[in-house]
Design a protein around this ligand. Structure first.
Ligand code: PEP
Ligand code: MN
Length: 362
């Protein structure tokens, strides 16, 4: 798969001068809803309409999809608008029904990618198909599991492949519904530069206000397209209401996104911008890691305060310095840099603890 230059052929066949847009509701709800959204999407840059008909829900009791009847509605949407159609498949029955309905693009959901048994069952059912198959990242941040799923499909003779980055679960509450962890997608790009890569900003965000920025970051990182949850009345959607946008908002968004047209810039500039975006991703990680450190430092501050222990503990500081100078040396960081960097962090940590102790004394 690694050296297969043809893996992008299906995407090139769309002959677009912009990234591929896949859009549509989280779930097909009624025939009228599917057709109405399809006609509105027809007026946008959308090439493929998505709609979930079998919905994996984290907890039972929520809307679990309309089932196979939704395939008839999607077929009708295709006939009326010419849009290609896409749905999620999670077992052999889904695949058989979707292929029978001539669905153009099938995707494997994040909760299925985690299970090699399920992925193998889907790959076997799809054997040799010329339909497009996209694999969402698994819910847990595991690049090997994600690639493993793609490899199972490739081994089943499926060639029109791609991946969708939809972020990763965290137990910690963060600003996103699913943590993007951009570095994982960047690593995937570095390993498989020809494998089409899409972003699903909706499931990363969980909130429509964040969708635009996530798309822009993905485009800056040279992603090949977007899968955006889109609904004519998002707030009334039967699933994922908070993250869906209207087709009109999608149209505005694709107009506002800065899209680097192929050949529009010099190769040098393109490469430079892509590398700078990668640096931005790493810088954000460094900052988030430092913020995590400060939160732990605050907890230690509380503990020291409760036990009436001095903030500065020189032997602990010397041990940190010694351990990380050796580590720094191993990863090609100069001793001088390691020293200055750690001192700055240490200083900030001490200030944090001072702040905590003073605040509590008032
Ligand atoms: C979806 O696309 O509606 C969906 C269920 O996504 P995920 O598998 O990424 O959770
Ligand atoms: Mn959804």
């Amino acid at each position: 798969m690694k050296d297969d230059k043809h893996i992008k052929d299906w995407l090139n066949a769309f002959q677009l001068d912009h990234p591929l847009v896949i859009a549509g509701p989280c779930s097909a709800e009624t025939e009228e809803q599917v057709l109405r959204i399809a006609h509105q999407l027809k007026e946008t840059d959308t090439s493929v309409m998505r709609a979930g008909i079998w919905k994996p829900r984290t907890r039972p009791g929520n809307f679990e999809g309309v089932g196979a009847i939704g395939l008839d509605w999607l077929k009708k949407a295709k006939e009326e608008t010419g849009l290609k159609i896409a749905t999620e498949v999670a077992n052999k029955t889904h695949v058989d029904l979707a292929l029978k309905a001539d669905v153009d693009l099938l995707w494997i959901g994040a909760r299925s990618t985690v299970s090699p048994f399920i992925v193998q069952e889907i790959a076997d059912a799809l054997k040799g198909t010329d339909k497009i198959v996209l694999v969402k990242n698994p819910v847990n941040p595991d690049l090997a599991l994600w690639l493993g799923a793609v490899e199972r499909l490739y081994s089943a003779g499926i060639r029109n492949l791609g991946v969708i980055h939809r972020g990763f679960s965290t137990y910690e509450k963060i600003k996103y519904r699913n943590n993007p962890e951009w570095q994982i997608a960047v690593d995937l790009q570095n390993n498989f530069p020809d494998l089409p890569l899409f972003v699903d900003p909706s499931h990363i965000a969980g909130d429509r206000k964040l969708v635009f920025d996530i798309c822009q970051t993905a485009l800056d990182l040279n992603y090949d397209g977007l899968m955006v949850e889109t609904h004519h009345t998002p707030d009334k959607a039967w699933s994922d209401a908070a993250q869906q946008i209207t087709p009109k908002a999608l149209e505005q968004m694709t107009a506002d996104l800065k899209i680097r047209k192929k050949g529009g810039e010099t190769a040098f500039n393109e490469k430079l911008m892509a590398l700078r975006s990668k640096i931005d991703v790493v810088d954000d990680q460094i900052f988030e890691a430092i913020s995590k450190r400060m939160k732990i430092v605050d907890q230690i501050g509380d503990l020291k305060k409760e036990n009436n222990v001095a903030i500065l503990q020189p032997e602990r500081w010397n041990a940190i310095l010694k351990r990380l100078t050796t580590h720094g040396h191993d990863i090609d960081l100069s001793e001088e840099f390691t020293n200055r960097f750690l001192k700055a962090i240490h200083q900030e940590s001490i200030q944090h603890q001072h702040h905590i102790i003073n605040k509590k004394q008032k």
